[in-house]
Structures are given as structure tokens and as C-alpha cells.
Design a protein. Sequence first.
Length: 571
Amino acid sequence: MAQLVNLRLIKAHALYLSGKPAQSEQVLNLVITDIDKLAQPEQLQLTLRFYELKIDNAVSMLDYQEALSHFDNATALLDEWADKADNIDYLWVFWSLKKVSFYASLQDYELANRSLNTAIERANSSGLMPLIVWAKQAHIKLLIKQNDLFLAEQSFKRLVSYLQDNKLASSSLQTQIEWAQLNSQSLKYREADKRLESVYKSAQQVRNRYLQLQSLIALIKNQIIQQKLEYAEQLVKAADKVKGLTNALGRDKTEQLKTQNELYFVKAQIALLKDLPDVSLKYLSKIELELSAFNNYSSETGVGKLEALKAQRTAEVLMKDWPQVSKTTGLIEYLENRKKEGMQVQLQAYRDFKVRNQLEEQQNVLDEHQAMNVNLSNALVLLTEKLSNTRWLILLLVFGLVLFIYNAVLRRQASGRKPLAHLSLAVAERAIEQLMAQMNNVQTSTSNVPKHNQTEVNKLKVFTIIAMDFNGVSELNASLGIKATDDAISDKLERIKNLNKQYQILPINGHRYWLVANNYNLNQAQVLVTRIERELESTTPKLSARYELCDVNEPTEFRTILNQLESNLAK
């Protein structure tokens, strides 16, 4: 039975890789009844694999609710097997890091970091060194994805030190190669070269041919970026010698294919730089790429489809093969557009999913409070029927007033919005109208102003509105509480006000505010947004916001401004 289930899971995975998630789902639906019949430990292993494939299918079909429900199922299963499975700590870290990858791919870094913290805590509590290293590596990858390169460098430094202290030489060398690649990404080429040369020597001493070759390939790439072709060619000769040694290309077929592809690609790049397009095309033709539906613009085999095509097009240009250049360019544009559109569709679908979830949560809370109020009201009516004493009636009136106030507070908490939002909007309208009236007065009084003073007058005829919509408020409400979240937002707004006393901050509704920057044009307001973002990130809890800008340089209607900003924020 276990073998049959495993074969069906393999078939489902193959269908997913072929771009057929719906057919993969059909195969998985045949598996679910058989898994329950399995004995330990096959049941745990194959059930988790089943959930993993269900998540992959759900993500490919943009069904994020389904994906998260299977994450929850996997977590519940791990809880159930907490005392039965020997490798439960490994499984917990694996699934936490899988969730990190899920959120990071959708640019939801707040939830990605939360899942990462879970993985780190579990790894540390287990005391198992491989899990601790695994969690630290995931932390660095997430920092790089968030473009926080400075913290990533510091984390690399700590990880290398940890690995060396624990005598994990091979892991330390591999980590230093990745660190050097980050140095190169940060344009620190000299530092990257020194680190890679050091890794090569250390790997040579311990006879780790695979790391020797990996450090050489990374070093060659670095020289190509720096246009140091002579040194790059010397390194290629050294790499060709090393690759013939045992296990230099890697231990399994995937590693061997990846390493060989990377060698062909760097040779093709060097040939291009030396104006040898025919040689370059020869090496490019040897590269084996994954061409599955989900992976035709990036590859786990070392060289992505897009970068290979771009190198091929450069060679074709040098050979003046214009018909082929046209075909290759069309294919590159197709893949680039597909990648971009695919990412946009994914992100928009996830944003829509989060908005729906927030609205459902708010409605559920409101329904619960409404039911509670109905029960309290019924109890009040019953009590009123039984009491006729004036003193009790007075008490009941007081109780009714408290109930009314309580209901208003609950509604505010459920919706996450500040009370009397329509009054806030009216205040904003009056403030904007006053500024527009001032502009109008300036315009009508400048006819006699000398031309050399017109610049100063024009400064008074513009202001910019920065609409700020705070992100992740529902999550903060859940973790910190509504009052603490409101206090945190108020504190942030106060800090923003302190940047310049001339700013006006106007509440619009919910956690959306307008910052009115008088005498600021759009370019100046963009700089201001950067300062605001730094201010939001500099204190705890960290907050982020979406921004939309609208400059007003002539009197216009308030509703026109409101509709423009609101429609932009809603995109």
C-alpha cells in the first residue's frame, strides 16, 4: 500500500512540474483514502508529502486559502505526532521554513519573518546543530530577498564564525562562497576575490574538490564582471583541471549538471568579451536547461533560460545574424513579460485574498458582538418585566446606557477604524479648502509682482498630499491588542510631525491618513516619503505603509483629490 501511495505522489508531482496542477489534484484525491490505512511511520511521511504537493498545486492555481489550510493541516499533524516521531524537530523546522518561502515569494515579509522566528526558536530549543545552521541560512536568504544587504553581511560573518567554532569546515567554506557572491552583488569585488581565493586554498588543503571548483567558478564570474579576461582565462584552465578529479562536479546528477552548465556559461561569456561569437554559441549549445512550464525563465541547473538567451543574442549580434537576433529577442521579451505578468497576477491575487480575509474577520467579530448585544437586550427586557421599583428602573437605565457605550466600543474594535470617520473627512475637506483658498488669493494678487519675484510667489502656489495607508494593522491588533496598536500608530504620526512643524496630518478613515506638505512639489514629497519610511522602521513595533502622492498647484475640488488618491491606493 505504501509503495502504491508513493508512486501516485510521484505521478502527482510530475504532473505539477508539467504545468498540469488540476490533473495533479485528481491524482492526489485518489491518495487521501489510502494514506489513512498506512502504518507508522509511513503514514506521517507520506501524509506530509501529500500536503506539500497540495500546497504547490494551490499556489500555482492562486488559491492561497487552500494553501494555508494545508499548512495548518501539516502543523496539526506534527502536533499529533509530537511524541511518536523521532525526527519531529526536523519536520517542524522544515515546515516553518517552507512557510517562510511561501510568504517571501509573495513579498509578505512580516509573516515570513514571523514564520522564520518560529523555525529559529524550534531549532535552538532542539539543540541540533544542523537545524540551527539551516535556520541561520534561511535568515540570511530572507534578508537578501528584502534587500537588507548590510544585515545579511553581518549574519554571514556570525554564521561563518559559528561554523568554524564547531569544526564544520565544509559548511564554513560553502557559506564563505555565498558570502563572496553577496560581496560581488554589493560591488565589493576586491573583498569577494580575497574571500574566494582563501576558500580555494582551504578546500585544496582538505581535498574538497567540489568546493575547490565552486570557488573557482564564482571567482571567474567575478573577473568577468570586472573585465579581467586574462585572469579569468587562467582560472578557467585551473577549473578544467579540477573538474576531472573525483566528485569535483558534485555527488548527484543535479549538482553535476549545474556545475557543468555554469562552466560552459562562463566560457561562453569570456568568448563574447573576446569577440568570438561562434565559440560562445558552441558553449551555449551545450548547456542543458529545464524547460518545464513553471521553470522556463529560471532554472535550478545553474543557468537560467533568460540569461542564456541574452548571451546567445549577443553572440548573434556579433555575427550579424539579424533574422536570428530578431527571433531570440522576441523569445526573450516573451519570457520577460510572462515572468513579470505572472508575478503581478500572484501578488494581486494574494492582496485580494488578504483583503477578503480581513473583511470576513471584521464581519465575524461584528456578528459575535451583535449576538451578544441581542442576548443582553433580551435579558434586560426580561428583567424589566419583573421589576417595578423606581430604584431598579433607574439602575436598568444606567445599565442600558453602559450597554450602548459598550456596543459602540466593540464596533470600533471590530472594524479597526477610528470613530466618526465622516467627521474626520469633513475636517480634512475644510483644511484642503483653506489651502486652496490661500492659493486662489495668491493667484489673484500676483499680477503686479515683478518677474524676478515670481519664483518666490510660485512656491506659495503648490502643496502635495501624501496619502498613507498603514500595512498589517490587523496582524498587530491580533498580536499587540487594539489599544497598543493605536498608540503605536499615534506615536509614529507624532514622530512624523516632528520632522517639520508645517506638516498637517489629517485622519481620513480606518488607518489611512493624509499628510499635507505645503510648498512641496512632487519630487520634494518623494524625498519626504523616504524620510517617513525611515522613521517608521526606526522604532518598535516596525510599521510600513503604502503611499500615493498628489500635487495641487491650482484650486480644484476636494472630491477630485480624494477620488484620485483613494483610487490609486485601492489598486
